[in-house]
Write a protein that binds this ligand. Structure first.
Ligand SMILES: [Zn+2]
Length: 193
């Protein structure tokens, strides 16, 4: 864990050059030991409070390694790199590819996917309800989202257009359902991808 203040302290790229998310197993595959989430999130909150109250965060220019297996907490000093492609003297402009669908941590032992449009679709929840009720059993209907049962699986769609699909085997199947819903709502796919 480190607290990054953009262009003031080292960014992740300064320290871990060319680190790719894809090089690591996702939490859906490797799992997450729950206590580490509590510990790190609490530390992050205390760092945020320091920033909000005008103090320097404790992990500025530092990286904390937390090893619960052996109960070790090590802090090392890290430095900004002038040749960093992100925050250095000559940054390289890179556009990040938008992934419409991603698999996240499984819920209740079932594969779970999130579909996220590139922009907030501000869905009309009444129209969404009319479309969804023809496809499955509506379990929750609220102002900001609708949850429904769909062939032993679960789908939630939020007003923003984000969809969470639980219990599906293939991302293609999830994407197909999402495309169909978007089409039924009369929203052009260019707003999604
Ligand atoms: Zn950097």
């Amino acid at each position: 864990m480190s607290t990054i203040i953009p262009y003031k302290t080292p960014c992740l790229e300064c320290h871990y050059r060319d680190l790719k998310n894809r090089m690591f197993p996702t939490c859906a595959v490797a799992g997450v030991h729950p206590p580490i989430v509590n510990i790190i999130s609490s530390l992050e909150v205390s760092e945020a409070v320091r920033i909000i109250t005008g103090k320097n965060p404790n992990l500025m220019n530092k990286m904390l390694f937390c090893d619960l297996r052996n109960l070790g907490f090590d802090i090392v000093q890290i430095h900004r790199r002038e040749d960093c492609p992100v925050c250095g003297l000559k940054p390289i402009e890179k556009t990040i590819k938008h992934e419409v669908i991603e698999e996240i941590c499984g819920r209740g032992g079932k594969r779970t996917f999130v579909v996220a449009p590139r922009e907030n679709l501000e869905l009309n929840m009444n129209t969404l309800y009319e479309v969804l009720k023809t496809k499955g059993y509506i379990r929750v209907r609220a102002n900001l989202g609708i949850n429904m049962a769909y062939n032993q699986k679960a789908i939630s769609i939020l007003k923003s257009g984000v969809m969470i699909a639980k219990g599906f085997d293939e991302r293609e199947e999830v994407l197909k359902i999402y495309k169909n819903i978007i089409e039924n709502l009369g929203i052009p796919w260019t707003r999604v991808e």
